[in-house]
Design a protein around this ligand. Structure first.
Ligand code: FAD
Ligand code: NAI
Length: 475
């Protein structure tokens, strides 16, 4: 039996980053992952690289390019003639990027001396300080390993809806929704959350008629509502159809279509679809871990309970990423992985869950960090707000993307920036400056006094900061 200082279960962004950092710090590390590609070859990188962040952004990029060529090129004085969509090539490009990046994770683990063990890990038990695990791989002998420290980084899986089982042909989860080989004529997505909006955008741009059915009355309730409502308006104008406050009753499969029956208030409604994607959230993945053998019990939401430093109630066992509390985001999982590795090496890192940026990669992108206006109101916190529309930003204008705004929320008493909300081009990049500002406890005056390049989208953030004090210049 092989013994290590640390075994990491899962090689997603949480797990592989934890393994890399722990190895850098001198620990003997093994990383176990059961993920495989279509050819059944080990494919580290987790949901993020294989079926999440990366493939979805690849398709968003390709579909945005297609939409720009078909919709905007002529306005720039560029005639391109007839434009053909080759979806197979678009999907092959996506797969190639995924392969390159997952191979890159394998390379990094090897380069840092991490023992990568393909297969499914489960707990066997604890003997003194040592935690024992077995690794099972289809068609191979099981491997027993042990370590004094174990990090569980097993991620999450799509939530299912009772009575609507996935068939991965016409009723799909997000993985199926990323792998379609033909553009569906009528696509219905249940859940107008992050996945629904991103996948809906991809297939709408490529020609589908897309309807999003959402159970809540409010669009993106976790986002600042002024900004979310602007986003909803723009997304609706782009052709996405939304229905809020619905309750899905049944999905009937006929040879020609899927017939969805749902209610909205007292009304009973029906909708036909060729393809249905369920994007109703994700659940922590603890299946097959045999947590009970080390005395670990998931909480009511199925998450592994942890403290602020990702320590579980069982000595030597840690858990990070989607399988624990907090937002299900790759960068959050990564930071937790690095922090646990550093704590194991005697350092005292902290992950500030209050300043994790959120991004939705629609067009325009929506990104935010910190407090919303609603949260400030609910907490009785007096705030001052600055806004700046991209309509008045030169760079956004020349890019042909003048929609959206930057909204800065600052403490009325101290001027400290509490939240930043950006709806606009490259919001995913612009939000980084806001995260730095929040982490360094900057005031809106601080950002307003920093020189921003001209013409750049970042000037909109500076102007919104000037706006907190009623000093916006270019409006
Ligand atoms: P995962 O990435 O899920 O990795 C868990 C790993 O554990 C997997 O590789 C799995 O094979 C392995 N595993 C599980 N059980 C075992 C076991 N018993 N033994 C061995 N191995 C095991 N987040 C963002 O921040 N930005 C985005 O743009 C974004 N886009 C997304 C798009 C989609 C379509 C989806 C579905 C998700 C997206 N996410 C995005 C979320 C992001 O993918 C997750 O938050 C992130 O992958 C979580 O990382 P993790 O390390 O906790 O788990
Ligand atoms: P989500 O929580 O963002 O959205 C799910 C939506 O489905 C919610 O609006 C919810 O109200 C709705 N819903 C739930 N049950 C329903 C029902 N029965 N009928 C109709 N609507 C229903 O979850 P989503 O979109 O599945 O994404 C999962 C996770 O993946 C998220 O936590 C997100 O953080 C992460 N992710 C992040 C991305 C990013 O950072 N850009 C991109 C994609 C996913």
């Amino acid at each position: 039996m092989q013994s290590f200082d640390l075994v990491v279960i899962g090689a997603g962004p949480g797990g592989y980053m934890a393994a890399l950092r722990a190895a850098q710090l001198g620990l003997r590390v093994a990383c176990v992952d059961e993920g495989v590609d279509a050819q059944q070859r080990p494919s580290p990188g987790g949901t993020c690289l294989n079926v999440g962040c990366i493939p979805s952004k690849a398709l968003l990029e390709s579909s945005a390019l297609y939409a720009r060529i078909t919709g905007e090129a002529a306005g720039h004085g560029i005639d391109v003639g007839s434009v053909q969509l080759d979806l197979a090539r678009m999907q092959a490009r996506k797969e190639k990027i995924v392969r390159q990046l997952t191979a890159g994770v394998g390379y990094l683990l090897k380069k840092n001396g991490v023992s990568f063990i393909p297969g499914r890990a489960s707990f066997k038990g604890k003997e003194g300080e040592q935690i024992h695990l077995t690794v099972h791989r289809e068609g191979q002998e099981t491997t027993d390993i042990a370590a004094a420290q174990v990090i569980i980084a097993t991620g999450s899986v799509p939530r299912t809806l009772e009575g609507v089982p996935f068939d991965q042909e016409r009723i799909l989860d997000s993985t199926g929704g990323l792998a379609l080989t033909a553009v569906p004529r009528r696509l219905v997505i249940v859940g107008a959350g992050v996945i629904g909006l991103e996948l809906g955008s991809v297939w709408r741009r490529l020609g589908s008629s897309v309807t999003l059915l959402e159970t809540q009355e409010t669009f993106l309730p976790g986002a600042d509502q002024e900004v979310a409502q602007q986003a909803l308006k723009i997304l609706t104008q782009s052709g996405l159809r939304f229905e809020f406050g619905i309750h899905l009753e049944a999905v009937e499969k006929t040879t020609e279509s899927l017939v969805l029956t749902y209610t909205r208030g007292e009304e009973s409604l029906q909708l036909d679809a060729d393809v249905l994607i369920l994007a109703v959230g994700r659940c922590p993945n603890t299946a097959g871990l045999d947590l009970g053998r080390v005395g670990l019990v998931p909480d009511a939401q199925g998450r592994i309970p942890v403290d602020a430093h990702c320590r579980t109630p069982v000595a030597g066992v840690w858990a990070i990423g989607d399988v624990v509390r907090g937002p299900m985001l790759a960068h959050k999982a990564e930071e937790e992985g690095v922090a646990v590795a550093e704590r194991l090496a005697g350092q005292l890192p902290e992950v500030n869950l209050a300043h994790i940026p959120a991004v939705i990669y629609t067009e325009p992108e929506l990104a935010w960090v910190g407090w919303t206006e609603e949260a400030a109101q609910a907490a009785g916190r007096a705030v001052r707000i600055g806004r700046f529309p991209f309509q008045a930003n030169g760079r956004a204008k020349v890019r042909g993307a003048p929609q959206g705004l930057v909204k800065v929320i600052a403490c009325a008493a101290t001027d400290r920036i509490l939240g930043v909300h950006i709806l606009g081009p490259e919001a995913s990049e612009l939000i980084a400056e806001a995260v730095v500002a929040l982490e360094f406890q900057a005031s809106s005056e601080d950002l307003a006094r920093i020189v921003h390049a001209h013409p750049s989208l970042s000037e909109a953030l500076r102007e919104a900061c000037l706006g907190v004090d009623g000093r916006t210049l270019n409006l």
